[in-house]
Write a protein that binds this ligand. Structure first.
Ligand SMILES: N[C@@H](CCC(=O)N[C@@H](CS)C(=O)NCC(=O)O)C(=O)O
Length: 123
């Protein structure tokens, strides 16, 4: 039963990912120098995520639309990044955005809050 629930969850997650890829449209276009600055700023951000999580898909979609090359780290069972997320952020919940700014690190949970933050900074 547990495996069936997991299978259905992964199938639904895969479907959401597929629909997202097909419908997400185009990326934000910026002048080259501006995009280079954005790419540089994105180096201080890391997204901890699951591939088939709808909240993560929504967050990745916003990142794609804003043309943000943010590193993604899988927090799935067995991944070393799962422990990193637990140790740094305090809980294994995704999506979580790790923000490193002037030597300070913030772990932002909740897709809505993450998207609001990215839009306020990069839209
Ligand atoms: N309100 C949160 C919900 C996030 C959430 O429920 N994430 C699930 C995955 S879809 C999670 O991390 N669950 C913990 C786990 O599966 O270990 C958001 O919008 O980001």
């Amino acid at each position: 039963m547990k495996y069936l629930v997991k299978l259905i969850r992964n199938l639904l997650g895969g479907l959401i990912v597929l629909v997202d890829v097909v419908t997400r449209g185009s990326k934000k276009k910026r002048p080259e120098a501006e995009q280079l600055a954005v790419n540089e700023a994105a180096k201080d951000l890391t997204l901890y995520q699951f591939t088939a999580c709808p909240f993560c898909t929504k967050t990745r979609r916003a990142m794609y639309k804003l043309n943000l090359p943010i590193e993604k780290r899988s927090a799935s069972e067995g991944s070393p990044y799962r422990e990193e997320l637990q140790a740094g952020g305090g809980q294994v919940k995704v999506p979580c955005l790790r923000i490193s700014e002037n030597g300070n690190v913030q772990w932002m949970y909740d897709s809505k809050e993450i998207i609001r933050y990215l839009e306020s900074r990069f839209a």
